[in-house]
Design a protein around this ligand. Structure first.
Ligand SMILES: Cc1cc2nc3c(=O)[nH]c(=O)nc-3n(C[C@H](O)[C@H](O)[C@H](O)COP(=O)(O)OP(=O)(O)OC[C@H]3O[C@@H](n4cnc5c(N)ncnc54)[C@H](O)[C@@H]3O)c2cc1C
Length: 442
């Protein structure tokens, strides 16, 4: 491990750090050696995947372990659906590997650039009331601990560790391998339709329960929800003509959005008009293809984001309050709210832990002021016991979060057992989890 002068920054470009070393292991042995050496020298260690978190969750001034060189497939069993891969494989590459074996992830979020372990660590999710987040499908992991030992984690070997490690914030060790339960490859039919917001909210349960994966987007200052209802089937894929996809994804979803954002940045008073223009540019559309090609979309325009998980029952009220906040304060918010749904699950720190969940995300164009809006948004979500996405901006601390996670103490007990010296800590984990081994209840 040579000392480095390299700096690191995240996808959005607004989180930076200067690690004393950046290690790039390609095997479990190399990874274990890297961690053990760093720990022996008293250096903190953080793993980083694709850097797609909006917070400083991956930052360190110690050793940053870039896991993206660990992307090999160890085993893919079409019969059982179990796929074992090195933890740094991207969701995109995992989709391709799966498809070759007639398999697919059960559900996915709206991009696939993340590494598998990076996505798991923050409870990355898609939408669909019957489906849990990505971590709910993990059946096994291999974790490199601070001593450089490798621990095999399964339900059978250590159920508490598995429930902690599925959503770990990188605070228990570094995953070298993940085994995930996949499903037979399926087709998705996606139907995008702009609809009046009031009608969508009046019939929200029907929309959410009426398709496998329902979500909608809403630009502040407009009353049109761009609904996206996606259903699963065995129908044959009908890939979109490449030019059509280019126009939709590159031109409308990215180039026109960027133009709107740049104009809004220079002339904030025009934001309501720009947002109405953006919402008006969205038209009804259908797409039908293999699942992994439908879930992910292209995101060229850089932004920052906050997202809260709240009980599904409060979805309407919370969204209406967030919309009113922007409009009352006349904030220049140029990105839509995104509203998604997910099933509850049992990972200790899953944002959907044991409750049917609505996720509401708010965004701001890169480089524009966001904090006053995000803090106001957070205050609203606090009133519903909201849990912030671990990889997206928020202003919570261990003191405000522990009440929101019924299994908080069990996670902390596993953390103290796995990393008693706090090797895998950084400023973010100190803030949101507190110090290792600290008494967790007053
Ligand atoms: C454009 C964009 C779209 C997004 N869409 C969604 C979405 O649809 N749904 C959603 O829920 N989120 C979404 N996100 C957030 C994103 O999924 C999460 O922030 C995710 O954690 C990023 O994965 P990554 O590989 O970039 O991890 P990083 O951001 O690099 O790291 C995240 C955490 O994972 C830990 N980690 C990484 N590798 C390992 C390992 N091998 N072992 C242990 N810990 C590890 C790191 O230490 C860190 O704590 C989006 C983000 C962006 C920028």
């Amino acid at each position: 491990m040579a000392a480095t002068t390299e700096t690191w920054k995240n996808w959005a470009g607004d989180q930076r750090c200067a690690p004393s070393q950046i290690a790039r292991p390609t095997s479990e042995d190399e990874l274990a050696q890297t961690v053990a050496q760093a720990a022996a020298r008293g250096l903190p260690v953080r793993a980083v995947g694709s850097g797609h978190s909006f917070t400083d969750i991956a930052c360190t001034d110690g050793v940053l372990v870039d896991t993206t060189g660990m992307h090999r497939v160890i085993d893919a069993d079409a019969e059982s659906g179990r796929v074992t891969v090195q933890a740094g494989i991207t969701l995109h590459d995992l989709g391709l590997v799966n498809a070759r074996h007639g398999l697919a992830l059960e559900n996915q979020g709206d991009i696939d650039a993340q590494t598998l372990a990076g996505a798991l660590a923050t409870a990355t999710h898609g939408t669909g009331r019957r489906f849990g987040n990505l971590s709910t499908r993990v059946v096994g992991m291999r974790l490199v601990t601070a001593s450089g030992d490798v621990v095999e984690v399964t339900e059978k070997s250590d159920a508490a560790l598995l429930r902690a490690a599925r959503v770990s914030l990188g605070a228990l060790g570094i995953a070298s391998q993940v085994t995930i339960a996949c499903v037979p490859l399926y087709t998705l039919h996606r139907h995008d339709q702009p609809l009046p917001l009031a009608g969508v909210l009046d019939r929200l349960d029907e929309h959410v329960d009426g398709s496998d994966h329902f979500e909608f987007f809403l630009w502040p200052y407009t009353r049109t929800a761009l609904t996206r209802s996606t259903v699963r089937s065995d129908a044959a894929p009908r890939p979109q003509a490449p030019w059509k996809r280019t126009i939709q994804e590159r031109v409308i979803e990215n180039q026109v959005l960027r133009l709107s954002c740049e104009t809004g940045r220079r002339f904030p008073s025009r934001v309501p008009r720009l947002n109405r223009m953006m919402a008006g540019a969205m038209s009804e559309a259908h797409a039908q293809d293999q699942a992994y090609k439908i879930y992910a979309s292209r995101r060229d325009v850089r932004f920052t984001e906050i997202e809260y998980a709240i009980p599904r029952a409060h979805a309407r009220e919370a969204l209406e309050r967030a919309l009113a906040l922007v409009e009352r304060r006349q904030l220049p918010i140029l990105f839509p709210f995104e509203v998604r749904f997910a099933a509850g699950d049992d990972a200790f720190l899953s944002t959907a832990h044991e409750r049917e969940t609505c996720y509401i995300a708010a965004h701001q164009y890169g480089g524009m002021e966001f904090e006053s809006f995000f803090r106001g948004f957070e205050e609203i979500m606090d009133s519903y016991g909201g849990r912030p996405h671990w990889g997206k901006r928020h202003y919570q601390s261990a003191a405000t979060l522990r009440e929101r996670y019924p299994q908080w103490d069990r996670f902390q007990a596993v953390r103290a057992r796995m990393d008693p010296d706090g090797v895998f800590t950084n400023d973010y984990t100190r803030r949101v989890l507190g110090p290792v081994g600290a008494p967790v209840r007053p």
